[in-house]
Design a protein around this ligand. Structure first.
Ligand SMILES: *Cc1c(COP(=O)(O)O)cnc(C)c1O
Length: 362
C-alpha cells in the first residue's frame, strides 16, 4: 500500500506550485529584515500583561469575539464594535478575506507589494489579477478600477511594503467609488506615516482597512491584527472566521499595549528620526539609490548586484530583505533599527559595496 499512495492526486495545481514559507534562521545577526520594532518591549507593559493573566486564561477557551480588546480598539480609533474584527495577525484576516470574497473570483492586487496577498489568494482558489504600480510605485488608479469591475476583491497596501510610499485619500476614494467589490487597504505601517484612510469608512461600505500590532506596537511574536469594515462585510467574515482564533494571552497583551500606547508613540518617533538619518546616509552613498518611505523601512538599489550585496552583508552579520519577485529584482529593503544597528548596517554596506566594486574593476 505505502508505495502507491500519492497525496498529490488530491491537491489543486495552484497549491502544488506554492513554495512553503520556511525562512532560514540566522542566529546572532543584526536583524533588519522583517520590519519589527527594534526596541526592547517596555518592561512595565510586560509586567502589566503578566499580572492580568490568570490560571483561567490557560484552561478556558478565549472570548471568541475578543470583546474587551474590541472595546479598547473602538475607543482608541473612534469606530463602533460592529466595524471591528481581530485576528491571529493580519495575515489571518487576509486569508479570511480571500476565503470569503476571493474564492472562485478575481482578486486584483497592486504590485509589487506584500507577498502574502498573492499566497493567500492562491490558497483560497482565487484568480489573481496583478496591476503594476508605476515607476515610483504609485497606484495606476484607472487600471485598478477597470480590473476591479469584474473582481471579488481589490487589495492595496498603503504605506506599501516594500516601496514605502502611500496612496492618497483621493486615489483610494476613486477606487472605492469605481469598484463594486470590497477593497482592502492594508495600513500595517500607518503609525509611522502616510495618510490615514479610516475617515473614508463612513462614506464607503466596501472599504476594509487592515491594521496590526506587529509593527509599531512591537507584538509581532504574539500575532494580533485587526480590521475596520462596514457591518455588511463583517457579517460574512464572521461566518468564515475560526471561533477561537485569538488566544487569551495575545488578547490581553494587545489590550494592555493599546492602553499604554503613548510608550509606543515615543518609540515610533525615535524610529522615524532614525529613518531620516538612514535615508540621508543612503542618499549620499555613491552607487546607492534609496526611495523615500512613510514606513519603518527603506527600499534601495545599488550599482552592484542585489544578491551579492545581500550575501556580503550576511557575512558581516547583517540581515536585510532580498526579494524573489522579478518586479523587485535589483532591490533590497532594510528595516530601520536602533541607532547602533543602523550604524553597523551603514558601515557594513559601505564595506561590502567597496569590496564588490573593487572586484568588478580589478
Ligand atoms: C508585516 C505586515 C503585516 C502584518 O502582518 P501580521 O500578520 O499582523 O504580523 C501586514 N501587512 C503588511 C503589508 C505587512 O508588511
Amino acid at each position: 500500500m505505502s508505495g502507491r499512495f500519492d497525496a498529490g492526486i488530491f491537491v489543486r495545481e495552484e497549491i502544488k506550485k506554492l513554495v512553503p514559507y520556511k525562512p532560514e534562521i540566522y542566529p546572532d545577526m543584526v536583524k533588519l529584515d522583517a520590519n519589527e520594532n527594534p526596541f526592547t518591549f517596555p518592561a512595565e507593559i510586560q509586567e502589566k500583561i503578566y499580572r492580568m493573566i490568570s490560571p483561567g486564561s490557560f484552561t478556558r477557551y478565549p472570548d471568541a469575539m475578543a470583546g474587551e480588546l474590541v472595546r479598547e480598539i473602538t475607543g482608541c480609533y473612534g469606530v463602533s464594535p460592529e466595524q471591528v474584527m481581530v485576528g491571529n495577525g493580519s495575515d489571518e484576516l487576509i486569508l479570511n478575506l480571500m476565503l470569503t470574497f476571493g474564492a472562485g473570483n478575481r482578486v486584483v492586487i497592486a504590485v509589487p507589494t506584500f507577498s502574502m496577498y498573492g499566497i493567500h489568494a492562491r490558497v483560497a482558489g482565487a484568480k489573481i489579477v496583478e496591476i503594476k504600480r508605476n515607476r515610483d510605485f504609485g497606484l495606476v488608479v484607472d487600471e485598478i478600477i477597470r480590473a476591479g469591475e469584474s473582481a471579488g476583491l481589490v487589495v492595496i497596501c498603503s504605506p506599501n511594503n516594500p516601496s514605502g510610499n502611500s496612496a492618497t485619500t483621493e486615489q483610494v476614494a476613486s477606487i472605492l467609488a469605481g469598484c463594486r467589490c470590497p477593497v482592502i487597504v492594508d495600513q500595517a505601517y500607518l503609525e509611522f506615516g502616510g495618510t490615514d484612510l479610516l475617515p473614508l469608512l463612513a462614506e464607503y461600505d466596501n472599504l476594509v482597512i487592515l491594521r496590526t500590532f506587529s509593527k509599531a506596537f512591537g507584538l509581532a511574536g504574539l500575532r494580533v491584527g485587526f480590521l475596520f469594515a462596514a457591518p455588511g462585510i463583517l457579517h460574512y467574515l464572521f461566518k468564515v472566521k475560526q471561533p477561537f482564533n485569538l488566544n487569551n494571552f495575545s488578547q490581553t497583551a494587545a489590550l494592555v499595549a493599546l492602553r499604554n500606547r503613548e510608550l509606543f508613540t515615543r518609540q515610533v518617533a525615535l524610529i522615524n528620526e532614525e529613518k531620516e538619518k538612514l535615508y540621508r546616509a543612503l542618499r549620499e552613498m555613491p552607487g546607492v539609490h534609496v526611495y523615500p518611505s512613510d514606513a519603518n523601512y527603506l527600499l534601495f538599489s545599488a550599482v552592484v548586484p542585489a544578491a551579492d550585496l545581500f550575501r556580503g552583508l550576511l557575512r558581516e552579520k547583517v540581515l536585510i530583505r532580498n526579494f524573489g519577485d522579478p518586479l523587485l529584482s535589483g532591490f533590497l529593503r532594510v528595516t530601520v533599527g536602533t541607532p547602533e544597528e543602523n550604524k553597523i548596517f551603514l558601515s557594513a554596506l559601505r564595506k561590502v559595496i567597496d569590496t564588490l566594486g573593487e572586484k568588478k574593476n580589478g
